[in-house]
Design a protein. Structure first.
Lengths: 324, 261
């Protein structure tokens, strides 16, 4: 157990570990909605937009979190509005708005070169430079987002599954979308300094996709993604300490390895649990995979000849169609 | 006089300012079981979306039970979408989908109360899908999928049930079962409005039909309005109507030997 406790003697590691745990869980839980909405690119885009906001905030002498948060939230709302027009899809809206915001940040940095270094943390992540005040902000935001997601669980689930139907069933989908944009922007802002703008998309997407491969239930996916997000973040921190590698990159690489393991597990599970069946539809025999579902029962084994899959139409047994 | 469930007064509706149908006047009485038929792009789905409040009319007034769509109590309308529009890879089970129908009346907690859960399972049992409650929605048969979304629509005890093409993509036996089930629900007082392309199923199961093509072409019981003239006007193509005892059969007017499709 020494390897677990040894790094904890350093304050920077304790701070970093605590931050990684919260941010990992936060990215994991928010990532579920992102992945299921097919918006995987938004984490990448919004973090870039927020970076632009952080730089503008710095120039205007506004707090980092306030500047980046406000800018990120506005960008999220703007993406939603632009993509409502049928001619512009959401991925194109994300590409335009967030990259333009990032460009503003880069342009300002190039004009005022004195603060270039302080934004390296935001770009590449600096988990080992987390201060006590950063921890307070992360804790407060994590608690607020957790409460909001708990209270909005039903509305977010229905809106994510089928927005039109949710609206017809009385869910205030417009309000839900605005609140989700706020949650997303807040999650990205607090994660930015830790994971880094360049890595944040992976931190959001990987736990959710991994959990999706392991379950077909939404609630289980939420719990799984949160646990995978926090677990990979904490393990990644230890690995970065012992291998003396950049913490953000190590967390993401470890998460990607867990994803690969889940893929392998999924593949093996399919082979073991999903029987290969021979099916007979009328006179056509063929072989394919499917799970056993109620109402889809049929005798097994027919159509397998010497272990070789068959797909054949028995000649002369099919009734000829008659035209009367 | 029957109370009116759905009332359109001079309603024009469409997308991005372009009307799909214009100045439509329509009254559907409470307790009616009505099917809208017509060719693809004739405005059936736009009509349903306007009834449901999913799109705002460009002009005119839509009333449900005498109230504006925005002022009716939640749960008044139950909706069953086209199965083709459902995301079958979304991680939800049959039970989770049915519970969604109660979301607008549940408390702050994400899970249903014991009473709500009992209601969900009682309905699922009635519809014959309780056995697959914990199955993923992709892993059940087409008929069970249709019943799952029907259960979601019914769990809130709606006064009006709206179904978008409930007979599409399911086999003839399941079609019969679904329409028979809807007939039973209608007998229990639920007003039902649906769209379909299946004229034969409509003729066999529905008491009232509206032939629609950017407006009402004809409306009435199938035996009265399903004739070659009305169907030609509706579809712009020849349709043969055959009466066989109590059954009406509609067929493509072009002989097999001349068809290119």
């Amino acid at each position: 157990m020494e390897f677990l406790f040894e790094p904890l003697q350093y304050e920077f590691f304790r701070h970093g570990l605590w931050a990684a745990l919260m941010v990992g869980a936060l990215c994991g839980v928010v990532g579920v909605y992102i992945v299921l909405r097919g918006m995987s690119y938004i984490g990448h885009g919004l973090s870039h937009a927020a970076f632009g906001g952080a730089v503008v905030g710095y120039v205007l002498n506004i707090n980092f979190y306030l500047g980046a948060g406000l800018w990120g939230f506005l960008a999220a709302i703007l993406i939603g509005q632009v993509s409502k027009r049928k001619k512009i899809k959401e991925d194109a809206a994300i590409g335009i708005i967030t990259t333009a915001s990032f460009a503003i940040g880069v342009a300002l940095i190039s004009r005022v070169r004195k603060f270039t270094l302080s934004f390296e943390a935001a770009l590449f992540g600096n988990i080992l430079g987390i201060t006590s005040s950063d921890l307070v902000v992360i804790s407060v935001v994590t608690c607020m987002i957790s409460v909001l997601l708990f209270l909005l669980y039903k509305q977010l689930l229905f809106t994510t599954f089928d927005k039109d139907a949710a609206r017809i069933f009385g869910i205030k989908t417009e309000l839900v979308e605005i609140l989700f944009s706020l949650i997303l922007a807040a999650a990205i802002i607090v994660s930015m300094n830790i994971i880094g703008v360049t890595m944040i998309a992976a931190a959001i997407v990987i736990p959710a996709v991994t959990a999706r491969m392991l379950t077909d239930r939404f609630s289980h996916m939420m719990i799984g993604s949160t646990l995978i997000g926090s677990g990979t973040a904490v393990t990644g921190m230890y690995l970065s300490y012992y291998f003396n590698a950049a913490s953000g990159a190590t967390i993401v690489l470890f998460a990607a390895s867990v994803f690969c393991l889940a893929m392998f597990y999924n593949y093996v599970r399919r082979l073991v649990l999903l029987h290969e069946h021979a099916h007979q539809h009328g006179v056509v025999q063929h072989l394919h995979e499917h799970p056993h579902a109620t109402g889809h029962e049929h005798p097994h084994g027919e159509g397998i000849k010497d272990g070789v899959s068959t797909a054949q139409v028995s000649e002369g047994t099919m009734e000829k169609p008659s035209v009367k | 006089m029957d109370a009116v469930m759905v009332e359109f007064s001079g309603v024009s509706s469409g997308y991005e300012g372009r009307p799909v149908f214009e100045r439509l006047n329509l009254e559907i009485p409470q307790g009616q079981f009505v099917g809208f038929v017509g060719p693809t792009g004739c405005g059936k789905t736009t009509l349903l979306k306007t009834i449901l409040g999913a799109i705002d009319p460009l002009s005119g007034i839509v009333r449900i039970m005498g109230h504006s769509i925005r002022k009716i109590p939640p749960g008044t309308i139950g909706y069953v979408p086209q199965l083709e529009t459902v995301d079958w890879n979304f991680p939800v089970t049959v039970e989770e989908v049915v519970i969604m129908g109660l979301y607008n009346r549940m408390g702050l907690l994400p899970w249903p109360s014991k009473k709500e859960k009992a209601r969900v399972h009682s309905l699922m049992n009635e519809l014959g899908i309780d056995d697959c409650a914990h199955h993923h929605i992709r892993n059940i048969s087409g008929g069970q999928q249709q019943r799952t979304f029907l259960a979601r629509a019914l769990v809130g005890d709606p006064k009006l049930l709206v179904l978008d093409e409930p007979t599409a993509g399911i086999d003839i036996k399941t079609q019969h079962d679904v329409l028979h089930l809807l007939g039973e629900l209608n007998k229990n007082g639920v007003t039902i409005v649906l769209t379909t392309h299946d004229l034969n199923a409509v003729a066999a199961h529905l008491p009232f039909v509206v032939c629609f093509n950017k407006g009402i072409v004809a409306a009435g019981p199938p035996h009265r309005i399903f004739n070659a003239e009305v169907l030609k006007k509706t579809y712009g193509a020849d349709v043969i109507v055959i009466e066989h005892g109590d059954h009406l059969l509609m067929s493509h007017g072009t002989p097999l030997s001349l068809r290119r499709d």
